[in-house]
Every structure is written in structure tokens, then in C-alpha cells.
Design a protein around this ligand. Structure first.
Ligand SMILES: [Zn+2]
Length: 161
């Protein structure tokens, strides 16, 4: 079992907090089979509120499938309670926003889609269901009379002990 965290980095304009609509957020991942190295060019959605019975472990998982190449049963789960918010204090560095428990596979690529929430500084207004597929987002908050935005969205995976 290997634990891998998804980290994000972004520039925030008037945004105090950026987070997903966990536990309903669909993390779109490309997954690599560690037993044969196969990495299908397919996005899998991993959602904490959607579980499958596990064939490899005791508890339910959030992704379970047989590798099409080597036939090994692989699975991946979101570790409960690992969801974190990215805040304006985190700007300029990567921060873990979720951690996966990986059995036989590991995520190699992530793409953000809809389901992000931004809390605006000063007004406290929430913009919901933001789509970050373009790696940026910009809006105008008339309550503070300024534009608000998310820019230079980046992500990476790190193995943790
Ligand atoms: Zn395989």
C-alpha cells in the first residue's frame, strides 16, 4: 500500500480559499499499473461518496479494476479526512488537497474539472461549481467591486510515508 497526495499550486486574486465540493468532487486521474507498467490513456473519476466493493482489501474502495494488460486487480481509495483547502497563505507553493491509498496502481496525471468552490476575501461570497479545466477562472464580484480569479493552476503527486 502506497499513499500518494495530490498537491495543487495556484495564484489567487481576492480569493481567500479554494476547495473542492468534497465528498462529491470527481478527481479525474490517469492511472498506471505498477505490475506491468500499463498506463491507459483514459480518465477515471474517483469520488469519495461513490464506493465499490474491494477485491484487494477489506474495506470498500473508490476505484477498483482489473488491469487490461496483466489482469491484476488494482484499487485506489481516497483516505477519509485528507481533504484540505488551498488558501491565500498557501500561494506560491504546492499544498496537498487529498491523499489516495493506492494498491497496485498509482495516479500519474490529474486534470481539474467543475466542482471547485472559491471563497472571496472581504465579501465572504462563495462562487460554486467553478470549472478549472482551463487552469484558470476569472469573475467579477460586484459586492467588493473587483475582479476575482484563479490563475496558473498546477498540480503534482507526491508519495508520503
Ligand atoms: Zn498491469
Amino acid at each position: 500500500m502506497v499513499k500518494i497526495s495530490l498537491q495543487i499550486n495556484a495564484t489567487l486574486e481576492q480569493v481567500e480559499e479554494l476547495y473542492t465540493n468534497h465528498p462529491h468532487y470527481a478527481f479525474l486521474l490517469k492511472l498506471k499499473c505498477l505490475s506491468c507498467g500499463e498506463c491507459p490513456d483514459v480518465w477515471h473519476d474517483v469520488i469519495e461518496s461513490k464506493t465499490y466493493p474491494s477485491k484487494t482489501g477489506k474495506s470498500d474502495t473508490h476505484y477498483s479494476a482489473k488491469c487490461k494488460l496483466c489482469g491484476r486487480e488494482n484499487s485506489l481509495s481516497i483516505i477519509e479526512g485528507t481533504n484540505e483547502k488551498y488558501t491565500n497563505d498557501d500561494q506560491g507553493r504546492f499544498k496537498s488537497i487529498v491523499t489516495f491509498d493506492c494498491r497496485g496502481i498509482e495516479p500519474v496525471e490529474f486534470t481539474p474539472t467543475d466542482g471547485w468552490i472559491a471563497k472571496i476575501e472581504e465579501s465572504g461570497r462563495l462562487f460554486e461549481d467553478i470549472n478549472l479545466a482551463e487552469k484558470e477562472w476569472v469573475e467579477y464580484d460586484e459586492r467588493i467591486g473587483q475582479s476575482v480569479g484563479i490563475y496558473d493552476f498546477q498540480s503534482q503527486f507526491i508519495k508520503i510515508k
